[in-house]
Design a protein around this ligand. Structure first.
Ligand code: NAP
Length: 312
């Protein structure tokens, strides 16, 4: 028989850790399954300066570690494994990993999202060897070098700015003539002497055979091609939600994000979702944590309801 929990949380980013802290603090038998180390995308972020309570900002890895410590303090169990399937079994759910099964009265999905790739030839081969999706992880490899950033959102511009601490020159290539990033971040980037911008251009092919030498881009207005020299290419063009394993069970929007209501309830009663994996308008640490708390409290109400109906 698989071990039975009241709540199984899938994913250990800020929303999952917050849900875990709330549930454990309410003395609900909870386990969090995380395939890597807890922390999620925020752990790869250099500086978080818009999370209340930290007027001087805080390092993303540090706040993730503190969140894990705080959740464990209240007794949250964390297992290093990946959920592959959720099945409904009467009033319970069975969560299957490659090596184990967990039975639970309710589930909170906080599996986040992974970086979108350009889909260019050579991208996989060069990943970790010149192509990167994480400035904080790989920027120190490019001391004094020339790097190219693709994307125009908050991540691209913030990571581009971070890269200027190491690289000699950072060229940001964006497919439109306006950045999507927040104005304050844009202002900082435009004021940075090491950053330059190439507008209305898309990435066409990766240059180099043994190592990256640059990126071939296309001007979408004129159709002209240009070869940009660069030792590294950082790709920040958005994220893809990690929902492949539940797409047959739960309603997703057309881009794969989980649809929830204001209580973080999904289309399946008893399954809640929070964080970057859900459809929403504001993707921030503060919203992820708030949603984690709401999901945990509503999972608790749901469990009480089924226990009242089917006392064991
Ligand atoms: P995003 O906001 O979805 O931006 C993706 C960027 O990549 C856009 O500029 C988009 O261009 C471009 N893009 C998408 N597909 C592309 C393709 N195939 N080729 C070339 N360019 C492509 O993603 P994000 O910047 O990773 O941010 C994700 C979420 O996290 C956002 O809600 C963001 O506000 C939030 N975030 C917040 C902070 C912060 O507050 N400090 C930091 C990081 C992220 P278009 O502009 O033309 O669509």
């Amino acid at each position: 028989m698989p071990e039975t929990y009241d709540i199984v949380i899938l994913g250990g980013g800020p929303s999952g850790l917050t849900a875990g802290m709330y549930a454990s603090r309410a003395l609900i038998k909870t386990i969090l399954l995380e395939k890597l180390t807890p922390g999620g995308q925020i752990a790869l972020t250099d500086r978080v300066e818009n999370y209340p309570g930290f007027p001087d900002g805080i390092n993303g890895y540090d706040i993730a570690q503190l969140m894990e410590k705080q959740a464990k303090k209240f007794g949250l169990e964390i297992a290093n494994t990946e959920a592959k399937k959720i099945e409904k079994d009467g009033d319970n759910f069975i969560i299957k990993t490659d090596s184990a099964q967990y039975q639970s009265r309710s589930v909170i999905i906080s599996t986040g999202a992974m970086p979108r790739t350009l889909g260019l030839s050579g991208e996989v081969k060069f990943t970790g060897r010149g192509i990167s999706y994480c400035g904080t992880c790989d920027a120190p490899f490019f001391k004094g070098k020339e790097v190219i950033v693709v994307g125009g959102g908050d991540t691209a511009v913030e990571e581009g700015l971070y890269l200027t601490r190491f690289a000699g020159k950072v060229t940001l290539v964006h497919r439109r003539d306006k950045l999507r990033a927040t104005p304050i971040i844009q202002q900082r980037a435009f004021a940075n002497q090491k950053m330059r911008f190439i507008w209305n251009s898309t990435a066409e092919s990766i240059l180099g055979t043994d190592k990256i030498t640059g990126l071939k881009i296309k001007d979408v207005k004129t159709g002209a091609f240009k070869e940009l020299p660069g030792d590294g290419i950082f790709v920040f063009i958005g994220y893809i939600p990690n929902t492949g394993f539940i797409k047959e069970l739960i309603n997703l929007d057309k881009t794969g994000y989980i649809i929830t209501d204001g209580e973080m309830q999904t289309s399946v009663k008893g399954i809640f979702a929070c964080g970057d994996v859900i459809r929403k308008s504001l993707r921030q640490l503060v919203t992820a944590c708030g949603e984690g708390a709401v999901a945990a409290v509503n999972a608790q109400h749901y469990i009480e309801e089924i226990k009242n109906h089917h006392p064991t």
